[in-house]
Design a protein around this ligand. Sequence first.
Ligand code: PEP
Ligand code: MG
Length: 565
Amino acid sequence: MLKGIGSSEGYGIGRVLLVKEQSLEFTPKTDCNPGTELERYRKAVDEFCIKTENMAERMKATVGEKEAEIIAGHILMIKDPYMNGEIEKFIEGGQCAESALTAICDMFAMVFSSADDELTKQRATDVNDIKNTVLAILLGAEETDISAAPANTVLVAKDLTPSMTACINKENIAGIITETGGRTSHSAILARAMEIPAVQSVPNATEILSDGDMVIADGSEGIIIPEPTQSQIDEYTEKRVKFIEERKALSAFIGKDTITADGIKVELVGNIGKPDDANKVVECDGEGIGLFRTEFLFMDRSSRPNEEEQFEAYKKAALIMKNKPVIIRTLDVGGDKDIPYLEMKKEENPFLGFRAIRYCLKNKDLYMTQLRALVRASAFGDIRIMVPLVTCVDEIRAVKDMVKAIMDEYSASGIAYNKDLKIGVMIETSASCLIADLLAKEADFFSIGTNDLTQYTMCVDRGNADAAYLYSTYNPAVIRAIKHIIECGKKQGIPVGMCGEAAADKLMIPLLISFGLDEFSVSATSVLSTRKTISDWTKEQADALAEKVLSAVTEHEVVEILKAE
Ligand code: PEP
Ligand code: MG
C-alpha cells in the first residue's frame, strides 16, 4: 500500500497508463540569428495559443466554465508583456528560442513557488506547463495521447498539468495518481470538477507502477493499492458503488434552499481558517461563513500580522462570499492553541486560564489592531464580529466599547465601514450558557461552540484519553445546555447558530431542528450532507424525537434513542 494525499474523493479501480515525460532536451545555443529565432518563437506561441484556446473550448463542455478559464489563463500568461518581453530580449541577445523560454519561465516559476500563499505557488505549475507545451512545439516532441485511453484507466504521472487534464475523457479515466500536488493544485481542482478520484504526492509512483498494472486509487483516504487481490477489488468495487450512489443523492442538493421536510428554512454556512478556504465553501454551496478562525492568520509565522495584512485577509473572505454573511471570530489563543511569539506564560490550567477574549482584553494593542482591520473590512461585505470564550457581560460590553471607539474615529476621518456591523457572542462555556438571557440583550447573535461547550459543561479536557468517555455532546447536560441557549436567544429575538462539530452530526441535527437553531456552520465538505439530513426531518418528527431524548437519563440512553431513528 502507498500513501499520498487524497485530493479528489472516490475509488478508482483499473489498469495503469503511465503518462511519460516527453523528451524536451535541447542543446542551448547563444550565437543564433535573432530574426530567425524570434520568428520560430512567435510562431510557436501562436500555435500554443490556438491549441490552448481549442482545449479551453473543449473543457468548457466537458469539465466546466471555471476550469476552462484556468487553461485560457495560460494564453494571458504567455502574452504577458513583461514575461514575453523578457523572453524576446534574451532571443535578441543571441539565445535560441528554447533557451530564452526556459530561462525566463524557470525564473518566474521560482519566484511563484517561493510565495507564501498556496494559490500563488500554484502559478509555478502553470508557468512550467506553458514552458513545456511551447518547448514541445518548438522541438516537435510527441505527447502521450491521454484522450485515447481505454475504459478503466488509472493515469499515473509525475505531475498532471492542466493541459494534460484537458485531454481526459472522464468516461474512461477511473483514477489519477501523481507524484506531486495536493488538494489545492490545479490538477486536483480539475479532478474534483470531473469527479475522478485522485491521489497526489505519492512518492515514486511512476517508478513503482508500470503500464498495464492493476491498481486501486482511494481518493477518500489518500491510499494506493498496487496489484490488489480479488477480495480487495470486490471490497473497493462495493465502496465505489455506494460512494457514487451517495454522491448522486447529495449533488441533488446543490443550489437548493436548506429546508426541513415541512419547509422550515435555516441557514447553512461554512467554517474556515484562511480566507482562501472560502472558495471551498462556495464550491460546496455554503450560504456564507459561520466561523472564520482567525488564529490561523497568526500561526506559522514569527510575528503577528499587522492591521493591513489582517484587513486584506478579512476583505478577501468578504469579497469571495459576495455579500453573504461572514462571521469572523476574534483571536482565540491559549488552551490548546499556542502561538509561540505571543510568549504566553505556562499555566497550571491553560483551558481555565488566560485565553481567548481574556488575553485579548489585556493585550489591547493587539486586539485593537484586529478590531480596526475588521471594522475597515466591513465596508466590503456582510462581515460580523464574533467574540470567543465569553463568560460574563463585561467582556462583550468591553468589545462593543472598543468597536464603537474605532467607528467614531473612522467616521471623523472619513474611513468607510458598515455602520450596522453586528457583534455576536460565542456560547461555549457553562457561565455564558447560564447567563445566556443576559448576554442575549447585549449580543446581535449567538453561535454555540459545542466543542468547548462539551468540555466546559462536562469538566473534561478535550484531549484527555482517560476522561474521553465523558467528552460527548450526547450527555443530557450538554443537550439541556444547547436547548437553553437557543431558547434564550429566541426569547430575545436574536439568531442562534452553531459552529461546533455537532452542527454537522447526523444524530444531533433533528434535536437542533426541534430546538429551533437558525444557522448550522459546518466544514465545507459537510455542507451538502448536512443539507440532506435537515431535509429528512419535519419539525413534528424532530419534536417527537427531542421529547424522548429529553426524558433520557444517561448519555448511553440518548445515543440509543438517536440511533434508533
Ligand atoms: C467550539 O468550541 O465549538 C469551536 C467551534 O471553537 P474551536 O473548536 O475553534 O475551539
Ligand atoms: Mg471553542
